[in-house]
Design a protein around this ligand. Structure first.
Ligand SMILES: Cc1cc2nc3c(=O)[nH]c(=O)nc-3n(C[C@H](O)[C@H](O)[C@H](O)COP(=O)(O)O)c2cc1C
Length: 188
């Protein structure tokens, strides 16, 4: 097994400790190319991304707040307003469903999820860490409207991306034998 390549994926971790620099346009282009190589039944590309650069994070926080309940106390409002600032870039990942005779919505959602994962792996490859978050706002219809999502679209995540200023401790390698079995072999 090529050790470096195996480690890269098998030891992937998320990172909430993110600072500038954020990916640049070329980096984003590379990450989207990788996302677009997700396995995709019917070649539908059932996903798209909204890239929120550092200078627009404040604006995204305002949208988050506008979409939220209006009975929040100042502390809760402040928290929501500042959510996007947990990284120098947020990429909003979206699933776009298209009716298809062979690729049901469930498969399109899988592809959209894989596209996010591909994007995060590509980001890592070029030096950026990331953290996939959702929370209530990912399911908030007000936010869908404020972001101009189409009727056939949903948010799959807020992908926080940037440069690590700290990393989580890598989890120890776990025993995974309960996660697979070999067809045709029995315990006697
Ligand atoms: C669809 C999806 C939504 C997630 N939403 C959140 C979230 O809102 N908040 C959070 O702390 N982690 C969330 N996570 C989990 C983190 O991205 C991360 O996987 C988790 O913290 C475990 O860290 P690890 O990836 O390093 O194992 C989500 C993951 C997925 C796939």
């Amino acid at each position: 097994m090529p050790e470096n390549q195996a480690n890269f994926v098998a030891q992937r971790i998320s990172n909430p400790f993110l600072q500038t620099p954020a990916p640049k346009l070329d980096d984003i282009e590379y990450m989207i190319q990788a996302a677009n190589r997700a396995p995709d039944h019917g070649n539908l590309s059932p996903f798209r991304f909204i890239v929120v650069n550092t200078e627009h994070l404040e604006q995204l926080g305002e949208l988050f707040l506008k979409a939220s309940a209006n009975d929040l106390n100042p502390l809760q409002s402040e928290k929501i307003l500042n959510m996007p600032k947990r990284a120098p870039m947020v990429i909003i990942s979206i699933v776009s469903f298209t009716p298809h005779p062979k690729a049901p919505k469930s498969e399109q959602l899988i592809t959209a999820g894989l596209a996010v994962h591909q994007l995060c792996l590509a980001a890592k490859e070029i030096g950026f860490d990331s953290m996939w978050r959702t929370g209530a706002l990912a399911y908030n219809q007000n936010l869908f409207s404020l972001l101009n999502l189409a009727q056939n679209e949903e948010i799959t995540g807020f992908i926080y991306i940037g440069t690590a200023f700290k990393t989580k401790k890598s989890p120890p390698t776990k025993n995974v034998s309960h996660l697979y079995s070999t067809f045709g072999e029995h315990d006697e």
